[in-house]
Design a protein around this ligand. Structure first.
Ligand SMILES: O=C(O)c1cc(=O)[nH]c(=O)n1[C@@H]1O[C@H](COP(=O)(O)O)[C@@H](O)[C@H]1O
Length: 236
């Protein structure tokens, strides 16, 4: 029986390309997506996308979190559009004109607006002068980003249900801040388990260190994928 890959984007936050490519090979039988972030992209440049996509042709999420004036973001989005990532992140706080510029510049990619980083808690937002709590800020930025044309949103699993109610069924909801029960939260502040994220309505779960830090990343990905299948099948 073939099992379809789970809705997980494994964050390939590796210091070198060999490690990232090895993780990609180990996890791609089990997950739909791999994510290339700043560490890998800034070290190796655009070629890294083809390296991790490999022979499997797995979906690539390019997480560059663009945040600049609209013309600059349009140029950056145009520069990476040829890599055909399935998702490209921008910070929602860059504002509607910036988000719209990215959408127009990368028509074949789902421009994905990051609402409030999952590493921030309510106290951090206070210190930054952002009106909180985080759940309100996330909903506000989600609505703004979707109005500006974003096709996907990043929020923590804790806000996923409220964001879904706000933006409807057609927007892809992506949740980092995912930790299997008992795993260390590390630098994440707003977290939930993979099962809770899926039950809250997330379409794609970003998971890094709980998979890549495991002795066997392939087995860790397979274990979480199996847990998600049980949720999808309605298991208690
Ligand atoms: O855009 C993201 O992917 C992202 C947004 C966010 O709010 N929080 C967040 O953790 N991420 C990314 O998700 C991944 C989480 O990795 P782990 O904490 O190792 O599971 C990292 O690659 C982060 O860059």
């Amino acid at each position: 029986m073939t099992v379809s890959p789970a809705p997980i984007a494994v964050a390939l936050d590796a210091p070198d390309l060999e490690t990232a490519a090895r993780w990609a090979t180990q996890v791609t039988p089990h997950v739909s997506t791999v994510k290339v972030g700043l560490e890998l992209y800034l070290r190796y440049g655009p070629d890294v996308v083809a390296s991790v996509r490999g022979a499997s042709g797995v979906q690539v999420f390019l997480d560059l979190k663009l945040h600049d004036i609209p013309a600059t973001v349009a140029g950056a989005a145009r520069a990476v559009a040829r890599l055909r990532p399935a998702f490209l992140t921008v910070h929602a706080a860059g504002g509607p004109a910036m988000i719209r510029a990215a959408v127009e510049a990368a028509p074949a990619t789902r421009v994905t607006a990051v609402t409030v980083l999952t590493s921030l808690g309510d106290g951090d937002l206070d210190a930054l002068g952002v009106a909180g709590p985080a759940s309100d800020a996330v909903r506000r930025l989600a609505a703004l980003a979707v109005d500006a044309g974003a096709q996907a949103l990043v929020c923590s699993p804790r806000e996923a249900a409220a964001v879904r109610a706000e933006v409807g069924p057609d927007i892809t909801l992506i949740t980092p801040g995912v930790r299997p029960s008992g795993a260390a939260t590390q630098d994440q502040a707003r977290v939930a388990t993979p099962e809770a994220a899926l039950a809250a309505g997330a379409d794609l779960l970003v998971i890094g260190r709980p998979i890549t830090g495991a002795a066997d990343p392939g087995a860790a990905a397979a274990g979480i994928a199996a847990a998600l299948r049980r949720v999808a099948a309605g298991a208690p």
